[in-house]
Ligand binder design. Structure first.
Ligand code: NAP
Length: 308
């Protein structure tokens, strides 16, 4: 019988693992087959305290994992496939293998949102449309690409892609940007980036094998434009990864886990949630890590209260 199982290994899952390990709870972290969360798909992180020179996202995550392991966290590098969170004994399946635990900390994070038009599916992943500039940017050396979105992710990706691409269109549905001022200024000052606003995506057009252009529509006038390009990066936000346990803890209308008050307790006793899957507002690596710490402390108090 485990005392704590953590599902997920981004900043929330690894911080929960670290705190649970240091409380001598010998946690088991189901880290997933693509572990360490969304920071693995980013470049320089300049706003995580303790790194005045900045740190690369993957390096930060590998250090977090190392630290959690150093104090006794055990890792399973596969996805949890099924959960039963009812009762005093929580059940977590990884394929055919069943793990049982007194508490579970859910930290499965969030995934990229798609534009949601049929032609997007046709060219997604390997055919010209990507959701990760860090992963795929280098394939577009001296080529033309577009980034879709108006948040910090879109700004970051557009800037990053100018390291490779000869030109980057930044397509956004409004004139105003949600991204922070400093990131927008950086994009506007970059001569390789052309702003295409306010335009929505009408269609991704290709030859059946590769993306060749995007048809965009002016949000006010309805004017249509075709942008010839080689790649498109969708950066329009994320949705919480809560399908696996959507009927077992209370979720809000957008699918985020609801936590109680200032705690990380879910509606199900012995089940805690941390990170992007329960954060509708802040969504930062540091706030995720903070909630992972709280979740582990909450789990520890729950175990003590029950004498486990
Ligand atoms: P976000 O802030 O939610 O921005 C999403 C953007 O996509 C918005 O501009 C939105 O447009 C647009 N959008 C949403 N659905 C769309 C659709 N169907 N079609 C076209 N456009 C659509 O998401 P994010 O940029 O991924 O950032 C998430 C969080 O991470 C934020 O808190 C951000 O500050 C943080 N972040 C920080 C950094 C950093 O500090 N280095 C880097 C990346 C992300 P509207 O504005 O019109 O709604």
């Amino acid at each position: 019988m485990e005392r704590v199982i953590i599902v997920g290994s981004g900043p929330a899952g690894l911080t929960a693992s670290l705190y649970a390990a240091r409380a001598d709870l010998k946690p088991l972290c189901i880290e997933g087959w693509q572990p360490l969360g969304l920071l693995m798909t980013t470049t320089e992180v300049e706003n995580f305290p303790g790194f005045p020179e900045g740190v690369m996202g993957p390096e930060l995550m590998m250090k977090m994992r190392e630290q959690a392991e150093k104090f006794g966290t055990r890792f399973v590098t596969e996805n949890a496939s099924k959960l039963d969170l009812s009762g005093d004994v929580k059940k977590v399946w990884v394929g055919e293998t069943l793990y049982e635990s007194r508490t579970v900390i859910l930290a499965t994070g969030a995934s990229s949102v798609k534009v949601g038009i049929p032609s997007e599916e046709e060219y997604l992943y390997g055919k010209g449309i990507s959701t990760c500039a860090t992963c795929d940017g280098a394939f577009y050396k001296k080529l033309v690409v577009a980034v879709i979105g108006g948040g910090d992710s879109a700004m970051e990706e557009a800037n990053f892609l100018t390291n490779f691409a000869s030109k980057v269109y930044l397509i956004h549905r409004r004139e105003e940007f949600r991204a922070s001022r400093i990131m927008v200024d950086c994009v506007k000052a970059n001569p390789k980036i052309e702003l295409v606003t306010p335009y929505t995506i009408e269609e991704f057009v290709g030859d059946g094998k590769l993306l060749k252009s995007i048809r965009v529509k002016h949000a006010q006038t309805g004017e249509l434009r075709t942008l010839e390009l080689d790649g498109a990066f969708v950066a329009i936000g994320h949705k919480p990864n809560t399908e696996l346990f959507s009927d077992q803890v209370e979720l809000d209308e957008k699918g985020y886990v609801k936590c109680q008050g200032r705690s990380q307790k879910t509606s199900t006793p012995g089940v805690f949630a941390a990170g992007d899957l329960q954060d509708t507002t802040y969504k930062q690596a540091i706030t995720s890590a903070g909630s992972g710490c709280v979740a582990a402390l909450d789990a520890q108090h729950y175990l003590e209260h029950h004498g486990w």
